[in-house]
Design a protein around this ligand. Structure first.
Ligand SMILES: *Cc1c(COP(=O)(O)O)cnc(C)c1O
Length: 361
């Protein structure tokens, strides 16, 4: 089976000596490898003020706290995402307010976001779902106009661009995930970036129990709660090694995505996502729309290609049901959509066989 998602690690001959070195270096916690990874990731992905973290969820939690979201505040969000996006909102005691999506992309619709704003709204989380950037021009205008923090969940969209810049440069915060099956993995890990550079000290303290690193332990003073959200040198060593090959891998996702955009949109009865002229997706997954999405799953499975909806709209979960309003466009989107593999492991022959199978339907 050609899988929908796949763990990608550097070649054994390259990674193992580096791992062995760090594991027996006596310095496996947060240290120089983490800071080196931070500098390299920032350069490579056009990310400015930022820190490495233990996970994307840790970065989301931090972004909400640093946005000043308090218990009882409202956070406008999408239901069409992996669960951590919305679990993080519950972790800070806030109320997730689900806005509706564009049926053509599964991404949050700007007018729906605007309609959900109240005096209690403190943040908007957008997810560049499956690697397709949301309508950032319009959404950032709304967040600025209402003075509400905009958080970009870039867990699916490493390597995507918007208006010519790396994804994550428009909102007040952006988070990335290096969990097992994302574009790039450090086994587990994440990254938090923020527009306001004065947040750096607070972000670092929040990452480490509220303690400031560098101040002698006998003098340091904790004034607010932090978490143990740091990345360690072992994960950072894997990350540094990944950075050597990740551009190539992402280029393959993008090349396959563009091929499907062209080939699948030409098949009658099928549709493909649409996006802003300013958006350059990084196609973590490819999305196909059909009135019979179950049949697409089946016909691809028959030729050895995994296809599925992968995620469950979060408002279907018991824990989110009380916040679920009407999301008619999302319901339509979810019924018609199915994800098809388009990552670096999909070669020319495989992508042709996917298109052929879809043509035969
Ligand atoms: C994976 C993922 C996260 C969480 O990242 P972790 O590193 O697993 O904590 C958050 N949001 C989305 C959309 C994700 O896919």
């Amino acid at each position: 089976m050609i899988p929908l998602v796949k763990v990608g690690l550097p070649d054994k001959e390259i990674l193992m000596p580096q791992l062995e070195k760090v594991l027996y270096s006596g310095m496996i916690g947060e240290g120089e490898a983490v800071y080196e990874f931070e500098r390299c990731f920032q350069n490579q992905f056009d990310v400015k003020n930022s820190i490495a973290m233990s996970s994307g969820t840790a970065a989301l939690h931090s972004s909400l706290i640093l946005s000043g979201v308090k218990p009882g505040d409202e956070v406008i969000t999408t239901s069409m995402t992996a669960e951590p996006t919305n679990i993080a909102i519950l972790q800070v005691g806030a109320i997730p307010v689900f806005a509706d999506v564009d049926v053509t992309s599964g991404n949050l619709n700007p007018s729906s976001i605007e309609n959900k704003i109240t005096s209690k709204t403190k943040a908007i989380i957008v997810v560049h779902y499956a690697g397709i950037p949301v309508r950032l021009n319009e959404i950032s205008e709304i967040s600025k106009c209402h003075n509400i923090s905009l958080i970009e969940d870039c867990a699916h969209s490493l390597g995507a661009k918007y208006a010519g810049k790396g994804i994550g440069n428009v909102g007040d915060f952006a988070i990335f995930s290096f969990q097992a099956i994302k574009h790039m993995t450090t086994v587990d890990g994440g990254f938090l970036s923020f527009k306001d550079e004065s947040l750096l000290r607070e972000a670092k303290k929040f990452r480490w129990f509220g303690l400031e690193k560098g101040v002698p332990r006998t003098e340091v003073d904790i004034t607010s709660v932090g978490y143990k959200y740091n990345m360690h040198n072992v994960a950072a060593t894997i990350g540094l090694s990944q950075l050597d090959t990740i551009d190539n891998k992402i280029a393959k996702h993008i090349d396959n995505g563009r091929y499907f955009d062209k080939e699948i949109s030409a098949i009658s009865g099928l549709e493909v996502p649409t996006f802003d002229a300013d958006a350059e997706p990084s196609y973590w997954l490819y999305t196909v729309f059909s009135d019979d999405s179950d049949n697409i799953e089946k016909c691809l499975n028959d030729v050895g290609v995994q296809a599925s909806k992968l995620h469950r709209p979060n408002h279907y979960h018991s824990i989110f049901k009380q916040y679920a309003g009407d999301l008619p466009q999302l319901d339509k989107y979810y019924k018609k959509m199915v994800h098809v593999p388009c990552g670096w492991w999909v070669d020319a022959e495989t992508r042709e066989s996917i298109v052929d199978a879809l043509k035969k339907g």
